[in-house]
Design a protein around this ligand. Structure first.
Ligand SMILES: [Zn+2]
Ligand SMILES: [Zn+2]
Length: 282
């Protein structure tokens, strides 16, 4: 199955900003690991680890991350200034935000953050759209999740589920790794990666032989969209079988926004957020 548009795929115009945000998040992931060490242990994973545990959190580090991200965002879009807000929020509010997100019954972290912002009435303190504000807070929370995930040192050889074993989010993209071509899926939130069958949909577990369709772009033989005809969700897949290593899934996600536009124009929905569209998942 081939899809428009024709021609070479181009890098997303927002790629430089997303790459810069990722750089700040990874810098702070390492800071979090350094400042909030987590004792080594063997976590038993039932549904996912953070279903019954919490990340280690520091309001001071959260504010520092927020200030860095706010400065970055304001330099790209002067109308988006979170600096006064993040600089003035007290530690107790930031603690409450982190706890409310994690204790929320809503498993999708995008929705959980929107609910938390609303519950704590943070939108009253900021003239910007509450969804944009929630997106900003979620971006500042990412390093605590990636640090937590990295500190788990998990052996995921037996993990056979479509969602992230650490934070429970569904993947937005993956790659076929070199040597054996097995499919690696990645968590958009905590960056955990795990192997998952190429022929099975991570959202609805359908393995119907002709249910998994591939959309490819003319001129780009390495990237494709895998859509599930049974549930209507899609994944973005990068073929790394001929490469020397797998790819950085966060950067690849940012570089392939055009694939999201294409898939969504065709009526498919990103596998990363099934709870936003479908309350019956899981
Ligand atoms: Zn995760
Ligand atoms: Zn499906």
């Amino acid at each position: 199955m081939r899809a428009e548009p024709k021609g070479k795929s181009m890098d997303s115009p927002i790629m430089p900003l997303l790459a810069q945000i990722l750089e700040v998040q990874r810098l702070f992931r390492d800071k979090v690991i350094e400042e909030l060490p987590l004792p080594a242990r063997k976590a038993r994973i039932n549904n996912y680890i953070l279903e019954c545990e919490r990340i280690l959190f520091s309001p001071r580090l959260f504010r520092e991350i927020g200030v860095r991200l706010a400065t970055l965002l304001a330099s790209h879009n002067p109308g988006t200034d979170f600096l006064p807000l993040i600089s003035n929020l007290e530690d107790s509010i930031l603690e409450a935000l982190a706890v409310t997100v994690q204790d929320c019954l809503e498993p999708d972290l995008v929705l959980a953050m929107e609910i938390a912002v609303n519950e704590l009435r943070l939108q009253k303190l900021c003239p910007l759209d509450p969804q944009v504000l929630a997106g900003f807070f979620l971006a500042a929370l990412v390093p605590f999740y990636t640090a937590f995930a990295q500190q788990q040192m998990l052996d995921l050889a037996d993990w056979q589920r479509g969602w992230c074993p650490v934070c429970g989010q569904y993947p937005v993209n993956g790659y076929n790794r070199p040597v054996d071509g097995r499919r690696i899926l990645g968590c958009w939130m905590c960056e955990t990666e795990w192997t998952y069958s190429r022929m099975v949909c991570p959202v609805c577990s359908s393995s119907r032989q002709d249910g998994q369709l591939l959309l490819t772009l003319v001129g780009d033989c390495q990237r494709r969209i895998q859509v599930c005809d049974d549930c209507g969700y899609y994944l973005k897949i990068t073929d790394c079988t001929q490469a020397s290593a797998g790819c950085d899934l966060q950067l690849e996600n940012a570089a392939t926004v055009f694939l999201d536009i294409l898939a969504q124009r065709k009526g498919y929905r990103p596998a990363s957020h099934p709870h936003i569209y479908d309350e019956t998942v899981k």
